[in-house]
Design a protein around this ligand. Structure first.
Ligand code: 6R9
Length: 648
């Protein structure tokens, strides 16, 4: 990889770097020499009611147990609000911009405290207790942030659900998590589209029936659009909550008490709820965001991620607030109502740090440079991305055109399971290489495992693993610890396997090569191909299906599905109807690029579907299929190519 561009740290000489390269090396060495001491020191970034005296006390061996700061006690809402009340109560904590509204909301730390306390009282009044689960299914409105922190304050475990999930998807998650209360909105506007939040929750609760434990639903009115309210169950959020007292004594939590569950996709059909614990999570959020997105007075961080993803949890809410910064949320789209909309918002709110997904960068890049150049983006000092690979090309465009070559671009690699940034540069301290997520933060011991199961030393390629626990590591999969152990700790025993592959160059920089399992990444949204196949398997007119990811110019990856219909149903099933079925069952983000009805799928002699071949056919790489000797029927290859690319 000697031909890659290297941008030395000195390029950003005016950047307010928080340490020198030498100090970073020292920090790294210290973390390696004395991990416990290092992490106990990092734990001081947050406010503890009782300071921990132990760091990691779990093990990657046997049943696997992940425990951090076990004897510490704290409340995460205190770390994010109360500790800042005296010295920056009047500083804006949260800017909430809503499209179509004249004024934005600017919520100071004092105001945030009041709102969080009122909701904490309201939830307690409704009978929500410490340890119980509360689902939050909201668009990007300030109530979403308030709701997360109010749950933290009363010790309830929040489960933020993406508004794009289908009613089935939401029902499944409400039941699996045993949720007792839901906070949602009447509707939301997404560009020109109206998204029916409350209606979807109603449908989900109907579908869940007696399997659901939900007794209360709070509904934020984001507009005048009326929705049906069920007396005794549904409450108008502001009519109800605003009556409660603006003070609430935070519930004392043990470090290992769960803070939230967050559903993500894996390689089996059933979505899994990743569990994060109070102490380790908030230390990790403060540490990672403090190392990469260093808030200085006056900084405004705009991370465009939806709160329903881990990036929204850590980079929109917990990281910036734990570090006493100003965070911004917005329901806007980058190109609606006109191209360049986000650039106008950057200027309007004087955003200093912009953090988005590569898919958004590609979308904005496609609009051309003029759209950016016409605007004043001088407020920006740092640009960031996460969620999927960014090509060196798109990276360079973001850096040169948006950042005018002044702002470092931080490509950060992380996962729902890691809770925060794992690979990422410290801006102004480390040299940048477009397309590389740089190297692990101090304290993270990353290892590449080769095909023989050995650790790669020096430059090379392998399965990306982490060999030592870190405070933000997922504790378990809700209700299924064995699945947790099997998913993450069996590929390379004694290490955490991320699911990704990567290369490491001679400078120690990592280059992510993509998922090694059957998970695809559509515009930064994880989707298990098995989830798609499971939806189709429920349709009795379908014999079998195989879903694969193919490269997509804007979304990164797109979904292509091959479906074998039953012979007697061949006339009834159409490709369009199956496409609609998938989107309605899983959510709009899962809408396939193409569905192909086929008489059979390529299989090995042992009957396994050869997905690699399906991917190549779907991508149009039909000149070189590689070794097909395992296929039981060669004729199928031509049949599939004809089906996808027309008669040849
Ligand atoms: C934060 C987040 C995690 C998966 C991860 C990887 C991919 C994330 C990346 C990246 C290349 C980056 N991913 N960041 N790939 N470069 N900078 O996205 O969490 O939704 O759990 O997805 O996303 O494949 O394993 P999550």
């Amino acid at each position: 990889m000697s031909h890659t561009t290297v941008i030395p740290a000195s390029t950003y000489a005016g950047y307010p770097a928080i340490m020198t390269p030498h100090q970073l090396d020292t920090m790294r060495a210290r973390a390696q020499r004395d991990p416990d001491g290092f992490w106990l020191e990092q734990a001081r970034r947050v406010y503890w009611h009782r300071k921990p005296t132990q760091a990691f006390t779990g093990s990657f061996e046997g049943d696997v147990s992940i425990r951090w700061f076990e004897d510490g006690q704290l409340n995460v809402s205190v770390c994010c609000i109360d500790r800042y009340l005296t010295d920056r109560g009047d500083q804006v904590a949260l800017i909430s911009h809503r499209e179509g509204r004249q004024a934005s909301e600017k919520i100071t730390y004092s105001m945030l405290h009041e709102r969080v306390c009122r909701l904490a009282n309201a939830l307690t009044h409704l009978g929500v207790e410490k340890g119980q689960r509360v689902a939050i299914c909201l668009p990007m409105v300030s109530e979403a942030v308030v709701a997360m922190l109010a749950c933290a304050r009363i010790g309830a475990v929040h489960v933020v659900l993406f508004g794009g999930f289908s009613a089935e998807g939401i029902a499944e998650r409400l039941v699996d998590s045993g949720t007792v209360a839901v906070i949602t909105a009447n509707v939301a506007r997404r560009g020109a589209k109206l998204v029916p939040f409350k209606e979807t929750i109603d449908e989900a609760l109907r579908k869940a029936g007696s399997a659901s434990s939900v007794h209360s639903v709070l509904v934020v009115s984001t507009s005048d659009d009326p929705v049906l309210m069920l007396p005794g169950r549904d409450y108008n959020y502001h009519d109800f909550v605003d009556e409660f007292e603006a003070d609430f004594v935070p519930v004392l939590m043990n470090a290992e008490d769960p803070l939230f569950l967050l559903y993500t996709s894996g390689s089996t059909g059933k979505p899994k709820a990743i569990v994060h614990a109070c102490g380790g999570y908030i230390v990790w959020a403060a540490y990672t965001m403090g190392m990469v997105y260093t808030h200085q007075p006056g900084d405004v961080l705009w991370c465009t991620a939806d709160v329903a993803w881990i990036t929204g949890h850590t980079s929109v809410v917990y990281g910036p607030l734990a570090n006493g910064g100003t965070t911004m949320i917005s329901d806007s789209l980058p190109t609606h109502p006109y191209p360049g909309r986000w650039w106008d918002l950057v200027d309007q709110y004087k955003v200093t740090m912009l953090f988005t997904a590569p898919t958004a960068v590609r979308t904005m890049m496609a609009e051309g440079d003029e759209v950016v150049k016409k605007r004043d983006l001088r407020s920006l000092r740092l640009l960031g991305v996460a969620g999927e690979p960014i090509s060196p090309d798109a990276w360079q465009w973001y850096h040169d055109v948006v950042g005018n070559k002044r702002c470092p671009v931080v490509d950060t690699w992380w996962q729902t399971e890691t809770a925060g940034i794992v690979l990422g540069p410290m801006p102004g301290v480390q040299a940048l290489k477009p397309g590389s997520a740089t190297m692990p933060l101090p304290g993270v011991e990353m290892t590449l495992i080769d095909q023989q199961g050995g650790a790669v030393t020096g430059p090379g390629e392998g399965a990306l693993c982490i060999s030592r626990s870190w405070p933000g590591q997922a504790r378990t999969i809700w209700g299924d610890h064995e699945r947790f152990r099997q998913t993450y700790f069996t590929m390379a025993p004694g290490r955490y396997f991320t699911g990704d592959g990567a290369k490491r160059d001679s400078d120690g920089y990592y280059w992510i090569t993509g998922r090694m399992d059957d998970v695809i990444n559509i515009a930064g949204h994880r989707l298990g191909t098995a989830e798609v196949e499971e939806v189709l398997a429920e349709d009795h007119r379908i014999v079998e299906s195989a879903a694969v990811g193919v490269p997509h110019p804007v979304k990164g990856q797109g979904l292509v599905v091959f479906v074998i219909p039953r012979k007697d149903a061949a006339g009834e099933v159409t490709e369009q109807a199956l496409s609609r079925l998938i989107a309605s069952q899983l959510g709009r983000y899962a809408a396939p690029e193409a569905v192909y009805l086929v008489p059979d799928l390529p299989r090995t002699r042992s009957g396994k579907i050869v997905r690699r071949l399906l991917r190549k056919i779907a991508e149009g790489q039909i000149e070189n299929f590689g070794d097909l000797s395992a296929l039981n029927d060669m004729a199928i290859v031509k049949m599939l190519c004809d089906r996808v690319w027309g008669q040849m």
